[in-house]
Design a protein around this ligand. Structure first.
Ligand SMILES: *Cc1c(COP(=O)(O)O)cnc(C)c1O
Length: 460
């Protein structure tokens, strides 16, 4: 019985010639195709020997090979639809870029560029100038430098300003930034000595003052961007620390995390912004490019030229050097900020955060209608709450709109799983046994893709 079934198993050579499989040789390496065939035939052989199957159908085998091929053809890093409502989802790539930033990246990667070449002078230029001018203009700062991410910005500024010396930081600001990376550990790698002052919930300017010695190189303030201590708390403000630093002639560094450029309080975002931080008198301000700034992954360092020149000359500057795609995207992103109103329209992160409830409801109704046309699921449009995410604005709750679905003979867990397992994963939430598509983070052109996938899941 097993033997006769084993003999019926199609030969690899025959499968290679199969009219549905052969075309894959044009688009895929031969090895990948034979691997897929072997994977499926080996599986079948094992199932026969284990007595798990008693019949074989050639067409099913070919279909299984085709499915294996399409999975192995998938890129590992590929787009997903974010229906979680979390605007800056670190696992889903944080900020998506504006059209102008995407165009800028495209043009520098398809051509040679002025990356480190000054065409006016005909001589070597600096990769920092491309963002320096626009950042100086918009933020009114003396100097700036961009590096790979904000963690590198923290390490570089400490290494350049405090190596072998002491830097004072509040115990209430020793943040873990996610993925179990902790700011104090990054700081220690700079070879500056961290002097922790105050307690978890209370640190006053006097605590910093007491810790100052002749070996102190700077005071660092870290915005606790991914958590908030509430209740019996106190922290020294930037203004108080500025006064202290002026008295003792020390620089003040402020790691603010999110890089918010506009005041978004009216939209429920309770975060400090870069302009206010500079006005409050920090000598050096550090922030991420891909959080609320809405650009590419980067660390942006702005402030006094004397310190930033030291950072540019430090050996670590080369280690954390930013690449041309990022510079192109950053220059274009900052250019959007010449006009705050168009920035809110053109930068996706800002557009999503400032989206009105009416606009979201309209979009939600559109998606509901498309899903209703499948005729399988029970749907509703409901108010929900989202968050900014990405370790930004922990106490800000964004009122949002979602489409919920149930029914169709599936559990919500099953639907959620099928949604994310395709070529284009759709990441949705489950709440009260319903699958929820939060509309804030879903682009208009993705509504059809969601309803198409649900149609496929429903088998319609
Ligand atoms: C997010 C964050 C960082 C790390 O920034 P990356 O750009 O992710 O490296 C550092 N400090 C603070 C306060 C942050 O919020």
């Amino acid at each position: 019985m097993e033997k006769s079934l084993l003999r019926k198993l199609p030969k690899v050579d025959d499968l290679l010639k199969n009219e549905k499989i052969a075309p894959f040789f044009i688009t895929m390496p031969r090895e990948k195709v034979t691997d897929a065939i072997r994977t499926v035939t080996n599986l079948k052989r094992a199932q026969i020997l284990n007595g798990e199957i008693s019949t074989l159908c050639d067409e099913d085998i070919v279909n299984e090979i085709l499915a294996t091929l399409s999975v192995s053809n998938r890129k590992s890093l590929r787009p997903v639809i974010n229906a979680t409502g979390v605007v800056l989802h670190t696992n889903l790539g944080r900020a998506n870029l504006s059209q102008s930033a995407r165009d800028a990246v495209n043009s520098v990667i398809s051509n040679y560029s002025t990356l480190e070449y000054d065409p006016q002078a005909g001589s070597r230029g600096s990769r920092h100038v491309h963002v320096e001018k626009v950042i100086q203009k918009i933020l009114g700062v003396e100097a700036c430098m961009v590096v790979n991410n904000n963690a590198s910005a923290t390490m570089l500024s400490m290494a350049a300003m405090g190596r072998g010396k002491e830097m004072i930081v509040s115990r209430g600001e020793l943040v873990e930034i996610g993925g179990s990376f902790r700011i104090p550990d990054v700081m220690k790698e700079s070879q500056a000595t961290l002097v922790e002052v105050g307690t978890t919930n209370k640190t006053r300017a006097a605590d910093y003052r007491k810790a100052i010695t002749e070996n102190t190189a700077a005071i660092i303030k870290v915005h606790t961007s991914n958590y908030k201590i509430i209740g019996f708390t106190e922290e020294a403000t930037l203004g108080e620390l500025r006064t202290l630093c002026d008295e003792v002639n020390l620089p003040l560094i402020y790691d603010m995390g999110s890089g918010l450029m506009l005041d978004l309080h009216e939209y429920g975002v309770d975060e400090p912004n870069v302009k206010d931080a500079i006005k409050s008198g920090a000598d050096i301000v550090l922030f991420s490019g891909d959080k609320l700034l809405g650009g590419p992954q980067a660390g942006i360092i702005v402030g006094k030229k004397e310190y930033i020149d030291r950072m540019k000359a430090h050996p670590l500057a080369r280690v954390v050097r930013i690449d041309k795609m990022t510079i192109a995207a950053l220059e274009a992103t900052f250019n959007e900020y010449y006009n705050e109103e168009t920035a809110k329209k053109n930068i996706p992160v800002l557009k999503m955060i400032t989206m009105s409830m009416e606009e979201m409801e309209k979009k939600a109704l559109l998606l509901k209608e498309k899903i209703d046309r499948i005729g399988v699921f029970e749907t509703a449009v409901e108010e929900t709450t989202g968050v900014v995410g990405g370790g930004s604005a922990p106490s800000s709750v964004l009122k949002s709109m979602a489409v919920s679905i149930t029914g169709g003979g599936f559990t919500s867990e099953k639907v959620e799983k099928l949604l994310r397992k395709g070529d284009l994963p759709i990441v949705a939430r489950i709440k009260d046994e319903k699958v929820l598509f939060d509309i804030r983070t879903v682009f208009d052109n993705e509504l059809d893709l969601i309803s198409d996938k649900l149609r496929e899941i429903a088998g319609k």
